[in-house]
Design a protein around this ligand. Structure first.
Ligand SMILES: Cc1cc2nc3c(=O)[nH]c(=O)nc-3n(C[C@H](O)[C@H](O)[C@H](O)COP(=O)(O)OP(=O)(O)OC[C@H]3O[C@@H](n4cnc5c(N)ncnc54)[C@H](O)[C@@H]3O)c2cc1C
Length: 129
């Protein structure tokens, strides 16, 4: 069985299964009960149908999903809050990555570092969906 979409090459189910084994939460696929809710963005005029939606809980999930999209030639929409007006936080036929809600607060954080020039700023989305 393969997941197909108008804008992405067919992705073998075995590859999706392998991805799911490393993700914190299995990808949401068309037909799953939570699919329609997961694909919604703020602008209700945007009605796109991604081939898969990955809820990322941590950096490892982000790395695995971005690598997967690249290796399979999939369009990738990186969703923060889903508020982007033209709907760039979703796509037709590709992968959407979004962070798992409620795991982190919103805002930004500067990690401590021995060298100010090497400090890292983390910006965290503020959506509550
Ligand atoms: C009701 C409302 C109120 C708002 N209020 C404010 C406000 O008070 N202050 C303010 O500053 N803004 C505000 N905005 C604007 C909104 O915050 C901006 O549109 C913001 O860019 C949306 O961020 P997001 O994380 O929700 O983006 P999302 O909708 O999650 O979109 C994802 C973003 O990532 C980019 N992206 C997706 N995939 C990729 C990829 N593969 N490679 C590179 N980039 C990618 C897209 O271009 C897009 O910008 C508001 C918008 C709305 C609708």
């Amino acid at each position: 069985m393969t997941a197909t979409s108008p804008r992405s090459a067919a992705v073998p189910q075995a590859d999706i299964d392998q991805l799911n084994m490393v993700l914190s939460v299995p990808a949401v696929m068309p037909g799953d009960p939570e699919y329609d809710e997961a694909r919604k963005v703020f602008n209700a005029m945007i009605d796109r149908k991604p081939a898969m939606i990955v809820h990322c809980a941590d950096v490892a999930d982000v790395i695995a999903s971005v690598n997967f999209a690249r290796e399979h030639g999939m369009l990738l929409a990186v969703r923060g809050g889903g508020h982007n007006g033209p709907g760039f936080g979703t796509c037709d036929g590709g992968m959407v990555t979004k962070r798992i809600s409620g795991r982190t607060g919103s805002g930004s954080r500067v990690d401590s570092s021995p060298s100010p020039s090497a400090a890292m700023v983390r910006v965290i989305g503020s959506h509550r969906s």
